[in-house]
Ligand binder design. Structure first.
Ligand code: AMP
Length: 111
């Protein structure tokens, strides 16, 4: 499958990896929109939130435990989690991912 994030997960494309376990992978966004901006993705390919079924539910739930752990480890006091779902919502990479953004004056800016 020709998927950028699958290739990053497989190590075929380099990334600035922050964390990895059996279910998910976190790496810094190549075009950061805040002082800290990383992405957390399930290792199993699923295109977007719209495609999540019970088969992916455990990985998605797991990601929502990994995000606060990573943010604690990074010493982030506040952060925003966003998942763009569908091209009309700004999704450009069709592999489910959660943006984690943190920094001063984050304001109402979206990714
Ligand atoms: P989205 O627009 O919600 O689909 O988010 C895709 C994100 O992937 C964007 O914020 C991009 O900057 C980021 N991105 C694209 N290519 C790479 C890459 N090779 N490594 C890390 N992040 C990337």
């Amino acid at each position: 499958m020709d998927c950028l994030f699958c290739k990053i997960i497989a190590g075929e494309i380099p990334s600035n990896k922050l964390y990895e376990d059996e279910l998910c992978c976190a790496f810094y966004d190549i075009d950061p929109q805040a002082d800290t901006h990383f992405l957390v993705v399930p290792k199993t390919h699923v295109a977007s939130m719209a495609d999540v079924t019970e088969a992916e539910a455990a990985a998605v739930a797991h990601i929502f435990t990994v995000i606060p752990k990573l943010c604690r480890d990074l010493g982030l006091s506040g952060y925003r989690v966003i998942s763009n779902c569908g091209r009309s919502a700004g999704q450009t990479v069709m592999h489910l991912h959660f943006h984690v953004l943190s920094g001063p004056n984050l304001g109402a800016r979206l990714v």
